[in-house]
Design a protein around this ligand. Sequence first.
Ligand SMILES: Cc1cc2nc3c(=O)[nH]c(=O)nc-3n(C[C@H](O)[C@H](O)[C@H](O)COP(=O)(O)OP(=O)(O)OC[C@H]3O[C@@H](n4cnc5c(N)ncnc54)[C@H](O)[C@@H]3O)c2cc1C
Length: 436
Amino acid sequence: MSCLRELEGKMVHDHHHHHHPHPHPHYLQDHGLTRRVWVPGPVIVGAGPSGLAAAACLKDKGVPSIVLERSNCIASLWQFKTYDRLRLHLPKSFCQLPLMPFPEDFPTYPSKQQFVEYLEAYAKRFGIKPVFEQEVESAEFDDSVGLWRVKSVGLKGEEMEYVCRWLVVATGENAEALVPEIKGIESFHGKVQHTAEYRSGSSFKGKKVLVVGCGNSGMEVSLDLCNHNAHPSLVVRNAVHVLPREMLGRSTFGLSMWLLKWLPVKLVDRFLLILSWLIFGDTASFGLDRPQVGPLELKGKTGKTPVLDVGTLAKIKSGDIKVHPSIQSVGHHSVQFVNGRVENFDAIILATGYKSNTPSWLKEKEMFSEKDGMPWKPFPHGWKGECGLYAVGFSRRGLLGSSTDAKRVSEDINKFWKAEAKHMAMTIGRSFTFQP
Ligand SMILES: Cc1cc2nc3c(=O)[nH]c(=O)nc-3n(C[C@H](O)[C@H](O)[C@H](O)COP(=O)(O)OP(=O)(O)OC[C@H]3O[C@@H](n4cnc5c(N)ncnc54)[C@H](O)[C@@H]3O)c2cc1C
């Protein structure tokens, strides 16, 4: 008998039930009608690093939670939507989740397989068993009862409603691929794919490939194509800061964080730019103009992350990767750029990033913007909303940001949990039964 079924039985018959429901995924499979479950602790949406970190910090404090995940595994972004050669961009010490460091024998920049391994061990260590194949379609605060109603749909269309006091949004800044409108792209005869679908350059051997976008993904995919004997070109639409991944024998990120303790951001930026210039020369001379504002200041103001070079720049310098300005239009086999040049390509890869999906399911306007699905308040204030609503992983600060958020959220919820959980579980248990 699954625990959920058990819960159902208890909910109907035992008004004093206040156990943590730990639904077994299989239970959800063959029901056509909406079922309603009262969850005594928080409901966390998303089983990526942020959702896992939140669940672990809560568990550590003795607060039970339930994690809902649309995919069939944890960290689906990493398992299904990233290229093979991906490694963490930042050293492991800046990417570990709370309460459990990376294994010592992991390299400084763990591979994606290693990162997934770590996350699996993490989930196991804290006994986190997400309910998989549960896509949250809406979450709304019900004023009349003072609780969140979180509705999800399973693979076979079966609907569930989770009723809870606290809702933790952990669906990520990268929930959906961002695909820009490009004139004529639908008529292109070659392959067009987003980096979310790109695995390796091996299938592009000998092909001319246009990579659109020069963030970390675009730069790395271009390098990967080069290494697999394809002929990549990179579209660079805007100014971009490219920094070496390491400087003076330390990670650029670590060095920057250290310097920021002592010096103002403008000075640290100047220092980073001088070192970059010594290492790379003038990046503008090979098509990569730098923004007016320095890399760290820009990150703070707009969230735009500097690119940490892992070898792409050398290939751009050597001419193995060509650089083009924005696309004017796309033809059957060719692409015309805004400078008037026309070139033929076999494939186009869109390294155009991702966006949050909260506007599609979170029925709430105070905390999250409907425009970009991100919290209105900038870091460090974006983690908490009204009525028991929280966000983990929306600070544009990568995994480090997820950890900070998870700790804050768990501490905050814990305060309320201690004060009211038992009382709540008992009284609410009385008013919610299952439908039909
Ligand atoms: C290629 C790449 C490399 C990166 N490298 C680094 C790095 O080296 N260091 C670093 O600090 N950061 C890095 N980041 C940034 C960031 O830390 C990662 O994206 C990280 O995975 C974010 O974790 P998350 O849990 O917030 O989001 P995600 O990993 O995206 O997890 C969100 C989860 O929510 C699920 N979900 C979404 N919508 C719903 C719904 N409606 N219902 C149910 N489930 C839903 C998704 O399926 C997913 O499993 C990288 C990002 C990318 C794209």
